[in-house]
Write a protein that binds this ligand. Structure first.
Ligand code: GLC
Length: 788
């Protein structure tokens, strides 16, 4: 599926087969459990991490920018043929190897990566996985097959560089690290004793074979004036048996195998983190054992079977199915656990929880508890908090609390667990309150802290972190934030109604009306809504600006917050469709800033087309899709969905450049014409969490409500229909949508278990194990649920 010169998806969509090492960017897969992760590209480049994806790097990576280029180190295996004295890396590492290796392939799967190639009559395979659970290890299986007609004696050298660092800079960390072969443990162990760092730990490598040598000092393994492309030890066929102290570190545990013609053998390597020697013994015993790799792979696969089974769509679009059924879930599982580097971005965590609510309610509930526990009693929330002791980022971005009802609503609708609202938990500084009290306090604070023209004060910032100078004097306000508050209050009002809290439902309704009046009075700019008003009353995102004139998010949010109505709604849509749409999807802002402007902030200093400065930001594209679905614009919603993905028919894999199986934070914007549409910053974004909500619930239109399942498809008019099977509160709903008249939305006829029902709602299950069939026939004049 989606074959290109670089590879393809398998027919079941669960693996991507990369056929070349020279993809435009490294195509990374992130293999993780709850505490540890290994990231690697198709030829093993990448790094491993513990507790925080970017900041606590167990193994080293030399380059990792917003637009990652091929790095220079990773997880490799080198081979040495004792008979011929020849040596080679198991998989090709660079251009020079391309002529020598044959049949290269990397299978990037869900929780594992398998790299293989043939050279010198030896088929070699390096298979890496991270086991389920909470053990901080990665497991390598090295499999060698003798395809030559003669007996071969082969030495193998698994290699990884250790970083042991809590930051990307190695300089300081190295003076605290030392490592050596520990015969009593059968492992190369590196110790880090920097007590000022948030975490100290050992890293180790051990195998299930007799060690024929080891190395811990990178320079001894590589040799001087050499790189990982031509290391000395594999050339000599003999380790230097080096230990290391305050120098660049590697771990290598060498072994030897003899293979008869046609014979195949496997060995296993465990790489990981430990806090005491006993951990290493335990982890080696558990994982460097016969059959352990296969057993752990089966567990990983069973886990993913469960996640994938939670909902399955079949539509006329292979791309939609591939994303909704497999890869949005995979990436969402990753981001919901690993989000950002060391710190948990308050809003980021909450949005990622929206995604994980689709398949992991326990995780989502715990995440909600954690974020609520980080709210101050005042209702304010920090920009980021740390979960491993790196220190918190206490800037007060005022949007933080508005994401709480959004994530909570997802959790409640999916689970039906309204009792959670009454659960009592702490505020970060003092006092305790119920979940619901936290929600109300956050929104009340947002409502109270209004300034110029009755709009919400932006404080240290809002969704757009880079508009960070709007309120340096404390007076700046944000129209987007006010619209965001309205949307969050609408969602909270739904929760209040579901929970029977009429008083707060009414209070929220009054506040929504008041904020709506303020936005429509102060933020309307003629054809669109402005973004903000700075300390000195200057309008940002206005036709009076030369740069940054129109910001997408205020327009899309104005649609689904119900703020833009009538003629204004039509103008907002025209602005989105005519002024912000591009070949690669909607731009976040137009035109990009070209020079730094005081009072706006760092966005104006960023390169045009990059980060928040006018790219196609996928998070913004997801908001745009919600706006389309809100209005029943099925063609527009799907069009945006397709344009921003690597499989876009308006792009090519070579031009897009990034992993076909991942989402990318942004595509470079039109103000950087020579790179317009190329991917930047894969994996770490919020698109997939939003799309995991939007694709099944708003596009396919099978949306759990509080007491009903809402059936509200919003699809391209040329789709004849689709089916979606999903688990909900222990029951299974099998929904078929037919579109005989070629409309984009509107249910003309609805059947629940064969019985005709009026409107858009079918009942929630009464007990677990129920199976229900739903048939929805779309048609002109068909009904849509109330969006109020
Ligand atoms: C990054 C942040 C996200 C923020 C966005 C825009 O994606 O993680 O929280 O909203 O940038 O600044």
């Amino acid at each position: 599926m989606f074959d290109s010169e670089f590879g393809r998806f398998t027919d079941d969509g669960r693996e991507y087969l990369v056929s070349r090492i020279d993809t435009p960017r490294p195509w990374l897969n992130y293999l993780t459990n709850d505490v540890y992760g290994a990231c690697l590209s198709q030829n093993g480049f990448g790094y491993s991490f513990y507790r925080a994806a970017l900041d606590v790097r167990v193994t080293y990576i030399d380059i990792f920018g917003y637009v990652p280029t091929h790095p220079q180190t990773g997880k490799f295996v080198y081979l040495h043929d004792v008979g011929s004295g020849r040596h080679w890396p198991l998989a090709p590492l660079g251009a020079a190897d391309l002529r020598e290796h044959r049949n290269f392939q990397c299978r990037h799967g869900l929780g594992y990566a398998i790299i293989s190639a043939e050279r010198e009559g030896i088929f070699g395979e390096l298979a890496v996985l991270v086991p389920r659970g909470r053990n901080p290890v990665e497991l390598w299986r090295i499999r060698l097959v003798n395809k030559s007609g003669r007996r071969r004696r082969l030495r193998f050298f698994p290699y990884v560089e250790m970083a042991m660092s809590c930051a990307s800079s190695m300089t300081d960390v190295l003076t605290y690290t030392r490592g050596a072969w520990r015969p009593e443990l059968g492992a190369a162990v590196i110790r880090m004793t920097n007590t000022t760092s948030p975490m100290t730990y050992d890293a180790f490598m051990g195998g299930d074979y007799p060690a024929r040598g080891w190395d811990c000092r990178r320079e001894s393994f590589l040799g001087t004036a050499r790189t990982i492309q031509d290391p000395l030890v594999p050339e000599l066929g003999r380790c230097a048996r080096s230990s290391v102290s305050a120098e660049q570190i590697c771990t290598v545990v060498a072994g030897e195998l003899t293979l008869m013609p046609g014979e195949e053998k496997s060995v296993h390597v465990v790489v990981g983190v430990s806090h005491r020697d006993a951990d290493i013994r335990r982890l080696k015993r558990k994982y460097a054992a016969r059959g352990a790799w296969e057993r752990e792979l089966a567990k990983v696969q069973r886990y993913w079977d469960g996640v994938l089974e939670s909902s399955r769509v079949r539509s006329p679009s292979k791309l939609f199915d591939l994303q909704a059924n497999v890869w949005l879930k995979y990436q969402s599982q990753f981001t919901s656990r690993w989000v950002r580097g060391g710190d948990k971005g308050y809003r980021d965590v909450l949005q990622d929880l929206m995604g994980s609510a689709a398949f992991d309610l326990a995780w989502t509930r715990d995440g909600l508890r954690q974020t609520l526990g980080n709210m101050f009693a005042s209702g304010l929330c920090p920009r980021q908090y740390s979960h491993y002791g790196a220190g918190d980022d206490l800037r007060l971005h005022r949007d933080s609390p508005l994401w709480i009802p959004l994530a909570l609503d997802e959790y409640l609708r999916q689970s039906g667990d309204l009792a959670f609202l009454e659960e009592v938990g702490p505020f970060r500084d003092s006092g305790r309150g119920t979940v619901w009290a936290h929600v109300l306090r956050g929104l009340a604070r947002l409502y109270r802290e209004r300034g110029q023209a009755g709009l919400c004060k932006i404080g240290d910032g809002d969704w757009n972190d880079s508009l960070n100078e709007v309120a340096v004097k404390g007076r700046g306000v944000s129209a987007w934030l006010t619209i965001g508050a309205i949307y969050a209050m609408r969602v909270a009002r739904r929760i209040a109604e579901a929970a029977g809290d009429r008083k707060n439902a009414a209070l929220l309704a009054r506040r929504i009306a008041e904020l709506d009046r303020a936005v429509n009075r102060a933020a309307w700019d003629g054809d669109w809504y402005i973004y903000a008003i700075d300390d000195d009353g200057r309008r940002i995102g206005s036709r009076t600006n030369h740069q940054g004139r129109i910001h997408l998010n205020c327009q899309t949010w104005a649609v689904f917050a119900g703020v833009a109505r009538g003629a204004r709604l039509r103008k907002v849509l025209a602005t989105i469709d005519r002024r912000l749409s591009t070949r690669f999807g909607p731009v976040l802002m137009h035109p990009a800033y070209t020079k730094y402007q005081r009072g706006i902030g760092k966005v104006s200093g960023k390169n045009p087309g990059m980060a928040e400065n006018g790219p196609v930001y996928l998070h913004g594209a997801a908001f745009k899709i919600l706006a389309d679905c809100w209005l029943g614009r099925g063609d527009a919603a799907y069009d945006t969905f397709e344009r921003v993905l690597p499989q876009s028919r308006w792009s090519t894999p070579a031009w897009h450049g990034g992993e076909p199986f991942a989402s990318h934070r942004y595509l470079i914007g039109p103000s950087c014409p020579e790179r317009f549409g190329q991917s930047a910053y894969p994996w770490f974004c919020a698109w997939q969490a939003w799309m995991l909500v939007l694709a099944p619930q708003w596009m396919a239109g099978v949306r759990p409500g509080y007491r009903h399942m809402v059936i509200d498809p919003c699809i391209p008019r040329k789709w004849p229909g689709l089916t979606l099977t999903r688990a909900w509160r222990g029951a299974t709903y099998q929904v078929e949508v037919r579109n005989p008249r070629g409309v984009q939305s509107g249910v003309a006829q609805l059947y629940f278990d064969g019985q005709r029902v009026a409107g858009n709602l079918v009942p929630a299950p009464k007990k677990r194990g129920e199976r229900h069939r739903v048939l929805a026939v779309l048609g002109p004049g068909g009904s849509r649920p109330s969006m109020a």
